[in-house]
Write a protein that binds this ligand. Structure first.
Ligand SMILES: [Zn+2]
Length: 122
């Protein structure tokens, strides 16, 4: 990942599971988007990179919101405080769901065994 980023380029570091670019609005701020199953994903084809979900720079003064699709910037509506809040909650729920689904499950026979043990007073 270079220290100085050039505007209009999406930098992807697979080693650090992150992508970075200069904010598309032209404010010059560096925007980092972590990559992963619960974070952003980058798909690259001949037309250019596609970054999903959208980039919402709520923490920057410009508060810009856009999608990068096939190397092009598609502007999205600026979100209200409420929408930002709802978006964060959705993101949190998505993460929780992802990690919950990966927790080791107690299998049904194990539960049955425990039940039998209880009945038999073991
Ligand atoms: Zn900006």
């Amino acid at each position: 990942m270079p220290k100085l980023l050039e505007a209009g380029i999406l930098y992807v570091s697979e080693d650090f599971h992150t992508a970075a670019h200069i904010c598309a609005c032209g404010c010059g701020q560096k925007v980092r988007t972590p990559l992963g199953p619960t974070e952003w994903t980058v798909r690259n084809d001949t037309r250019g990179p596609t970054l999903r979900p959208s980039v919402g720079n709520w923490q920057l003064p410009c508060k810009s919101h856009y999608l990068i699709t096939n190397g092009n910037v598609q502007w999205s509506n600026q979100w209200t405080e409420q929408q930002i809040c709802a978006g964060r909650q959705k993101e949190h729920a998505r993460r929780t769901e992802y990690y919950e689904a990966r927790k080791p499950q107690v299998s049904w026979w194990r539960q049955l065994l425990d039940l039998v043990r209880q009945k038999l007073g073991l």
